[in-house]
Design a protein around this ligand. Structure first.
Ligand code: S3P
Length: 448
């Protein structure tokens, strides 16, 4: 049964400076893709640094249901014995993807061109999210689907028996949609082409090339045109998952707003399709530096050093940057509340269909903490109160959204009165060690 245990109320309060090193877990996007592509390769893929959050564990379970062997060693290495492109067996039960939009959408793509029938479900958050953005392009391959009103889960997909290759322009900036189409294209003959007007995270393209698929990206007037040649034999890989910049965002931003802090967050992937938050923070005047900048596995990597930054000012975030920091707007709004003047965020309609409506969830909680927030369908403005200027003293609703929970707990490290969240349970989906890691830096975060 899909669901989530009893709510875990939590509380954060201002205390000592945050100091020390924060070793955040593996990248969530890359972790899902490692398991899925590992399951579609022939032979054994080895993965180290996999994020062992619930979202990724649910994807591992799904790959087992398709017939891949997925196991974890005592030393934390994961081994995936793949069944090959087109080799997925039909699961004998419903696939429960828990809280994970990335998991369910990528897996739908991966099975859509294999003649099996799969029923997907998830928790209350995932069951409220739109799936037509994925099932519409998958229908072009010949995959049929039926779900609840509004294209919601539970939903059953019948994979195409004789798939056709597809040329598809992604109508919303979404790496999940792009990736679902590419994964479906793997088992279609000929060339599948995906066009995206705005660059979104490119981990699927990079990883497909690494597994031996023929894939090219051309930048044209239409945007990025990605061409994949179908029916390759994917070769198993040895993958080291870099640490997640979206998780690094929390200790980094907490250090910027908690008085006296100085925190090092080592080994963070700075793929340009993911690094928009850090660029924005530097524009705001954050004392944030990249140390030991280097290249690893074809990706830029650095140690991030964040120090308390009492003189930050609000900025206008360019809409063109939105895709490269789409998961980071909640924590950015917390920093913005501690900066002087307004921070304006436009072109962010996608925030309304994440694990929660992230504009509404953050706006409600920030207002309850004494921060003025304006919002519209695809924009919001946080009127900063300057360093330490936020009252706090509220319990914020997290709506089954891990990033909302972590954002308000970080806010509480800077506010005049403590900040609570009604449920910190979902943090385990992406950042299971958040609590001990933050406490290790000196943060006063507790279960209420
Ligand atoms: C992800 C893509 C983004 C992001 C999500 C992870 C991915 O979603 O919000 O957390 O791994 O492809 P969208 O594709 O909906 O923008």
């Amino acid at each position: 049964m899909s669901g989530h245990g009893d709510p875990v109320p939590m509380m954060a309060r201002k205390g000592a400076a945050l100091t020390g090193e924060a070793h955040v877990p593996g990248d969530k996007s890359i972790s899902h893709r490692s398991l899925i592509l590992g399951a579609m390769a022939v032979g054994e893929t080895r993965i180290t640094g996999l994020l062992e959050g619930q979202d990724v564990l649910d994807t591992a379970k799904a790959m087992r249901a398709f017939g891949a062997e997925v196991r974890r060693d005592g030393d934390g290495t994961w081994h995936v014995h793949g069944v090959g492109v087109g080799g997925f067996a039909e699961p004998d039960d419903v696939l429960d993807c828990g809280n994970s939009g990335t998991g369910v959408r990528l897996i739908m793509g991966a099975m859509a061109t294999t003649p099996i029938t799969v029923t997907f479900t998830g928790d209350a958050s995932l069951r409220s999210r739109p799936m037509a953005r994925v099932t519409d392009p998958l229908a072009l391959f010949g995959c049929r689907s039926v779900g609840r009103a509004g294209g919601r889960l539970p939903m059953t997909l019948v994979g195409a028996a004789a798939p056709l290759p597809v040329r598809y322009t992604v109508p919303v900036p979404s790496a999940q949609v792009k990736s679902a189409v590419l994964l479906a294209g793997l088992n279609a003959p000929g060339q599948t082409v995906v066009i995206e007007a705005e660059a979104t995270r490119d981990h699927t393209e990079r990883m497909l090339a690494g597994f031996g698929a023929e894939i090219t990206t051309e930048v044209t007037d239409e945007g990025r045109v990605i061409t994949l040649t179908g029916q390759p034999e994917l070769r198993p890989q040895t993958i080291t998952v870099p640490r997640d910049p979206s998780s690094a965002a929390f200790p980094v931003c907490a250090a910027l707003i908690a008085e006296g802090s100085d925190v090092l967050v080592p080994n963070i992937g700075l793929n340009p399709t993911r690094a928009g938050l850090f660029e924005t923070l530097i524009e705001m005047g954050a004392d944030l530096t990249y140390e030991n900048l280097r290249e690893e596995g074809g990706e830029p990597v650095a140690d991030l050093r964040a120090r308390y930054s009492p003189d930050m000012t609000g900025v206008e975030v360019p809409p063109a940057r939105a895709a490269s920091m789409i998961d980071e707007y909640p924590i950015l709004s917390v920093v913005a509340a501690n900066a002087a003047g307004p921070t304006v965020m436009r072109g962010v309609k996608e925030l309304r269909v994440k694990e929660s409506d992230r504009i509404a969830a953050m706006a409600d909680g920030l207002r309850a903490c004494g921060v003025e927030v304006e919002d519209g369908p695809d924009w919001w403005i946080v009127h900063g109160r300057g360093a330490g200027g936020v009252k706090g003293g509220a319990t914020c609703a997290t709506h089954l959204d891990h990033r909302i929970a972590m954002s308000f707990l970080c806010l509480g490290l800077s506010t005049q009165a403590p900040v609570g969240v009604d449920d910190g349970g979902p943090i385990a989906t992406s950042f299971p060690i958040f609590e001990p890691l933050m406490r290790g830096l000196g943060a006063e975060i507790d279960r209420a």
